[in-house]
Design a protein around this ligand. Structure first.
Ligand code: NDP
Ligand code: GUE
Length: 292
């Protein structure tokens, strides 16, 4: 069994990006600038956005954090998105999800200029992904693919089961792994809450990707001997022994599943850090694509 160290891999990518920034600086070229919009005070969202800003600082990117109260109107948020679309200094930006219920996430996503959509959530970028055209790949699925690539994990012809069909993780990663690319060429099954015989389905997977948001959902009997297990889940569960009062839990019952696997990602330290690294890679590309 080999643990896939996402934290370390993300660090390698961040070093590569820092070098790219340093050589741009030396050549007198523009430094990549990422902006993030955060609405409200959700603890998880604040942590993730904070981690993105910190990553920018370490790599040498410029970053701008724009915060709004929960009470912001949809129109005000759309105005900010349009402002960032036009701002020549900003190369890419994200709107952290989830948004408050009175704001239509789809409307906001559609308003983002696809050329600055470093999250890869805009339909134009998702369409490009389906058609194998260049565009921005969603950060978490791209991070998963990068882990499979850097760990030389064979995917061609493998049975892959993805559990969870969200537009930001499950659905796009299932498409990416089914494409005629390397990594890719999997035979993919996309499972969700209506799936029948889920346990049996998972137990036949060579590659199992869990993006559900239910702590410890994937048990030992759902994992095939020698499987590759990728755990996307990051749920905060109360834990009095931690200073923060909570701990992060994946969707996989890691302690009981790990020994059966050929490869497995831990939580924390697996997919999460790779999401941030992919976002940074997308931001550098955004700037280059826009001819800067
Ligand atoms: N590490 C990272 O970088 C990231 C981590 N995450 C984490 O990944 C997890 C999933 O988030 P997200 O992708 O946004 O998904 P959502 O929370 O939007 O959706 C969950 C998906 O899981 C499915 N599901 C729920 N219960 C079951 C069940 N009992 N059996 C089978 N399928 C089920 C749902 O099915 P249905 O569609 O039928 O309702 C749905 O498709 C969360 O813990 C989130 O925090 C998310 C993004 C990035
Ligand atoms: N527009 C938008 N883009 C996103 O990319 C996006 C989003 N909205 N909404 C929420 C999800 C969740 N997400 C994570 C990012 C990093 C970690 C991460 O780095 N986790 C660390 C631990 C961090 C900690 O200690 O809390 C780890 O797993 O090791 C986790 C989750 C991005 N998301």
């Amino acid at each position: 069994m080999q643990i896939i160290n996402g934290k370390e891999t993300a660090l390698e990518i961040r070093k590569e990006l820092a070098q790219a920034v340093a050589s741009r600086k030396a050549a007198g070229k523009k430094i990549p600038h990422l902006a993030a919009i955060l609405v409200g005070n959700d603890g998880g969202s604040m942590t993730y956005v904070g981690a993105k800003v910190k990553a920018c600082e370490e790599i040498g990117f410029e970053s701008t954090l724009i915060r709004f109260e929960d009470s912001i109107t949809e129109e005000e948020l759309l105005n900010k998105v349009n402002e960032l679309n036009l701002d020549q200094e900003i190369d890419g930006f994200i709107v952290q999800l989830p948004l408050p219920a009175h704001i239509d996430e789809k409307k906001i996503t559609l308003a983002i200029d696809p050329k600055k959509d470093v999250d890869g959530f805009h339909p134009e970028n998702l369409g490009n992904m389906v058609l194998d055209l260049p565009g921005f790949l969603p950060a978490t699925p791209a991070g998963i693919i990068e882990l499979l690539r850097r760990y030389n994990i064979e995917t061609s012809g493998k049975n892959c089961v993805v559990v969870g069909r969200s537009h930001i993780v499950g659905m796009p990663v299932s498409i990416m792994l089914g494409r005629n690319t390397n990594p890719g060429n999997c035979t993919v099954t996309l499972a969700h809450s209506r799936t029948q015989n889920l346990e049996e389905l998972c137990a036949n997977a060579d590659i199992l990707i869990a993006a559900i948001g239910k702590p410890l959902f994937i048990k030992e009997n759902m994992v095939k001997e020698g499987a590759v297990v990728i755990d996307v889940g990051t749920t905060r569960v109360p834990d009095a022994s931690k200073k923060s009062g909570f701990r992060l839990r994946g969707d996989v019952d890691y302690d009981n599943v790990a020994e059966k696997c050929s490869f497995i990602t831990p939580v924390p330290g697996g997919v999460g850090p790779m999401t941030i690294a992919s976002l940074m890679m997308n931001t550098l590309r955004a700037m280059e694509l826009n001819g800067k």
